[in-house]
Design a protein around this ligand. Structure first.
Ligand SMILES: Nc1ncnc2c1ncn2[C@@H]1O[C@H](COP(=O)(O)OP(=O)(O)OP(=O)(O)O)[C@@H](O)[C@H]1O
Length: 602
């Protein structure tokens, strides 16, 4: 049996090979294996020659910001700038494979979601119309197909329409209409991430020499981080680059494939990685305790023959088993209290505890403060954004959304609806001649100047907002175009703001960061409580977990649970319906996973 030091040396050795081995290279790893660290070190340490750079791509701004920060910390900020590229795969595709091939006959508008231009489609059910957002559809397209597919997703905000259309057998018709609307908007020049991918692939296939010359002339290596999130289209684009001998480094943990709404495809991702020829499997988990590593192994499908991750980090000897906390409907707050009390006994402070759930609405209210999604109502949305900007626990992505909402509020106040409607803030700024950087500063100032919507009657808050907005014209010389963009105290807006307040900041001593799982990919925390929903799907999820047979309908939910559980360093707690809690305890014992059933505190 190898000693801890020998196991660590073996894990470091593989990391070192992944840092130095030339591309093409497939790096596969378990959670906490140091993928991010390897990518950054590869970028920092390898010597570059010639005029070409390296592209380091990821799917989220948070992951890219981390690479940029590490370059800065290592006193090598230039590694994040020209001729290198550190950014999202979306921006990379847009810059190097889409924009150069766009025709000059219209104005192109790049958007990250159809919500940026409030794109909707109206579907008639025979009696009444249903207005559905295009962002409520899941879009997909097989690389060789001529058309997209759309599928309406069931969400709380469209639940009524979804059920009506489903009962009348109209879901397919709704999808057809959505596709039609999308095609119309695409023809007008709106390019979403999905549309950009189709265009990038087309450029690589139809203008191959030019497209490859553009990419290969600029980069001598492309590193794809979190590659498990690649969609079928992403993989088809990468396959074109691979076949043209562009050196790729493909880094992923296929079991963490949870790209919401894009249909993660772990098997395809694995196959693509293997097609690169040489591969390195990072072993050793530097993050988590032995119990957490052992639990993670039970969440992988039986078809994946991967041994338990080896805990080699500072928490390898942590004695606590997995905490299982019974929490039937609406009892999550009691589960949270039990989790907090236990974490106290382990001297884990509140700021190092994290509560995770699949959906923001499922988070216990004392952990909910940072994860609410922005409301639809225009004035309530501005209030939401001000709350987020004032919160010291809101994650970067949420703050970015909040800043953009306030930028839009300022534009709408000073210009007309038609100036901003169906436009991103960026394009609106371009067409109105507004300097975007100035607008961002004004938005930040507005957030800190306004009173808290939690402690001010909403009518007064709107009045204060309008008075302040009057003082910050985006163009100093302008006068207001019309009055349509004032903040208004309607009954529905006030109700939304009241609801925000009810889930408002808990007292400082119990304040714990709460998040939906999709927002914490790549992160870690000492103690993590995962709230498993008490609903009809949980039975199927637990059955699949115990059997190891992950059918398509539950596979992604299990991977989401896997990502959540593996964020924990020292302590992992699962809150789940009572019946399942005891079954799970029995099951984990058969798998040698240390666990303990806790009593929720009332
Ligand atoms: N060689 C090492 N020595 C000590 N600590 C390490 C080493 N490699 C990684 N770590 C630490 O382990 C933790 C996990 O690393 P990292 O976030 O890079 O893993 P990851 O593979 O990206 O994880 P995940 O995919 O689960 O997000 C970090 O705290 C990191 O600093």
């Amino acid at each position: 049996m190898a000693t801890l030091e020998q196991r660590r040396a073996a894990a470091r050795d593989r990391q070192q090979r992944a840092i130095t081995q030339p591309a093409p290279l497939y790096v596969q790893a378990c959670p906490g294996a140091g993928k991010t660290r390897v990518i950054v070190d590869r970028h920092l340490t390898s010597t570059r020659s010639g005029h070409r750079g390296r592209a380091v791509l990821s799917f989220t701004h948070v992951a890219c910001d981390e690479v940029v920060r590490r370059c800065r910390d290592a006193s090598q900020p230039h590694l994040a700038t020209f001729p290198n590229f550190v950014g999202t795969i979306d921006t990379f595709l847009w810059r190097y494979l889409v924009r150069p091939f766009l025709s000059s006959d219209r104005t192109w508008n790049r958007i990250d979601s159809w919500d940026r231009i409030s794109a909707t489609v109206e579907v008639w059910d025979g009696k009444m119309p249903h207005t559905l957002r295009l962002s409520d559809f899941q879009w997909s397209r097989e690389p060789d197909a001529a058309h997209c597919r759309a599928q309406l997703l069931f969400k709380v905000r469209n639940a009524k329409s979804y059920k009506t259309l489903e009962s009348k057998g109209l879901l397919d018709a709704a999808a057809e209409q959505a596709i039609h609307r999308r095609n119309e908007l695409a023809r007008q020049g709106h390019v979403t991430g999905h549309e950009a991918r189709i265009r990038a692939l087309r450029a690589l296939r139809e203008q191959r020499n030019d497209a490859i010359a553009l990419v290969a002339g600029r980069f001598d290596e492309i590193v794809i981080d979190e590659a498990q999130d690649c969609s079928g289209l992403d993989l088809a684009i990468l396959a074109e680059l691979r076949d043209a001998n562009v050196p790729l480094v493909f880094v992923c943990d296929p079991d963490q494939a949870i790209y919401e709404f894009r249909g993660a495809q772990p098997d395809r991702v694995r196959t693509f990685g293997e097609s690169l020829g040489s591969s390195i499997d990072l072993v050793g988990n530097w993050r988590s305790s032995a119990a957490i590593c052992a639990l993670a192994a039970t969440l992988r499908p039986a078809s994946v023959t991967r041994p338990k991750d080896d805990p080699v980090g500072p928490n390898h000897a942590e004695q606590d088993g997995i905490l299982l906390i019974p929490a039937d409907k609406a009892q999550d707050v009691h589960a949270l209290a039990a989790f907090n009390a236990y974490a106290e006994t382990r001297d884990i402070p509140a700021e190092h505890r994290l509560v995770l759930s699949h959906a923001a609405a499922k988070l216990p209210s004392t952990a909910q403060n940072t994860t609410l999604t922005p409301p639809d109502n225009y004035s309530a949305r501005a209030a939401w954004a001000v709350r987020i900007m004032a919160s010291d626990t809101a994650p970067t992505t949420l703050r970015e959304t909040a800043t953009e909402i306030l930028e839009r509020t300022i534009l709408r106040y000073w210009y007309t609806d038609t100036d901003t409607e169906l436009r991103t803030v960026g394009t609106a700024c371009e067409s109105l001649g507004v300097e975007r950087s100035r607008l961002r500063i004004l938005a930040a100032r507005m957030a800190s100047a306004l009173p808290s919507p939690d402690s001010t009657p909403f009518v007064d808050w709107c009045a204060a907002g309008n008075s302040y907005l009057r003082t910050i014209p985006p163009d100093p010389a302008m006068t207001r175009r019309d009055n349509s963009g004032s903040l208004r105290n309607s009954a529905s807006a006030a109700t939304v703001v009241q609801a925000l307040r009810r889930g408002a900041e808990p007292t400082p001593e119990t304040r714990i960061r709460g998040s939906v799982i999709h927002q914490v990919k790549g992160e870690e925390e000492d103690a993590v409580l995962v709230v498993v929903p008490d609903d009809a799907r949980t039975d199927a999820l637990v059955d699949a977990w115990f059997s190891g047979v992950h059918s398509a309908d539950v596979a992604e939910s299990l991977r989401v649970l896997y990502v959540a559980a593996t964020r924990a360093r020292r302590l992992l707690a699962l809150a789940l319906p009572t019946a399942h809690c005891h079954e799970l305890a029995d099951y984990l014992k058969t798998k040698d996973v240390a666990c303990e059933v806790l009593t929720p505190l009332t």
